[in-house]
Design a protein around this ligand. Structure first.
Ligand SMILES: C[S@@+](CC[C@H](N)C(=O)[O-])C[C@H]1O[C@@H](n2cnc3c(N)ncnc32)[C@H](O)[C@@H]1O
Length: 204
C-alpha cells in the first residue's frame, strides 16, 4: 500500500496500485469450498475489492445462493461487475459502517477476507456491529483473519494491514457471536503461510 494515502482505497484502484489483489480467491476460502458444503442463501462480502472471492462463493453456491460484493470503491465495483457472471453475484458500492437499511438482517452468511485488517483499529467494534446488523439471527460469519501481517518492511503501527490477536478477536466478537470453529487455513498466499486464522462465528 502506498505511503502517502494508504486508506484512500478508491485512489488505489484508480492507480491500479492494489498489492493485496492476487488475481484469485483467498486460498483459505478455495480450500474451504473444496472440503465443505458451500454457504447458501444470501452471502455478503464486505470490502470485496475486485470480487475474486465473490465469484468463488457464487460458483460454489450455485442457484441457491446470491452473493453480494460490497466495497467503498466505485472503481473496484465497476471492475468487479465487468467480469463474466458465474452465478447470482452482484456488486454494490457503499460504506460497511453505514449499511443500507434494506440489507439489515438479510444475510445468512458473511465472508471476511482482508476487510477487517484494512480498517482502522478503532473502528473494529463498528465492524463487528455491522456484521451483526447484516446477518439474520443465527447467521454465520466465515472469516480468514490476517493475524500477523508484519515483516521487516511492514511493522506494527504502520498499517493497513493491521494485525490482531486471537484474544482480541474473542473479546470483540464474543458479545454478538459464538465461535463455532477455528482452524489454520489449509492453504495461503505466498508469504501469509501460518499468519492467518480461519473461523466460523455464529450470530447469537
Ligand atoms: C486490502 S483491500 C482487500 C480487498 C479484497 N478483500 C481482496 O483481498 O482483494 C480492503 C478493501 O476494503 C475496502 N473497504 C475499506 N473500508 C471499507 C468500508 N468501510 N466499507 C466497505 N469497504 C471498505 C477497500 O475499498 C478495499 O477494497
Amino acid at each position: 500500500m502506498t505511503e502517502k494515502n494508504p486508506t484512500n482505497w478508491e485512489q488505489h484502484y484508480l492507480d491500479q496500485e492494489t498489492p493485496w489483489d492476487k488475481g484469485r480467491p483467498a486460498p483459505g476460502l478455495a480450500a474451504f469450498l473444496k472440503n465443505h458444503p458451500a454457504p447458501t442463501g444470501r452471502v455478503l462480502v464486505p470490502g470485496c475489492g475486485l470480487g475474486h472471492d465473490v465469484r468463488a462463493l457464487s460458483a460454489a453456491g450455485g442457484d441457491e445462493t446470491e452473493v453480494i460484493g460490497f466495497d467503498l470503491s466505485p472503481t473496484a465495483m465497476k471492475i468487479a461487475g465487468d467480469f463474466a457472471k458465474v452465478g447470482r453475484e452482484h456488486f454494490l458500492t457503499g460504506d460497511y459502517f453505514n449499511l443500507p437499511d434494506e440489507l439489515h438482517g438479510s444475510f445468512d452468511w458473511i465472508w471476511e477476507h482482508t476487510c477487517f485488517c484494512a480498517i482502522n483499529q478503532e473502528d473494529r467494534k463498528t465492524y463487528v456491529e455491522a456484521c451483526a446488523t447484516a446477518l439474520k439471527p443465527g447467521g454465520h460469519l466465515l472469516a480468514v483473519f490476517y493475524l500477523n501481517p508484519y515483516d521487516e518492511e511492514h511493522l506494527p503501527g504502520e498499517g493497513p494491514p493491521h494485525g490482531c490477536s486471537l484474544e482480541e478477536l474473542k473479546e470483540l466478537f464474543g458479545g454478538s457471536f459464538e465461535i463455532s470453529e477455528q482452524w489454520q487455513p489449509d492453504d495461503a498466499y505466498p508469504g501469509r503461510e501460518g499468519k492467518e486464522l480461519m473461523m466460523i462465528l455464529k450470530k447469537r
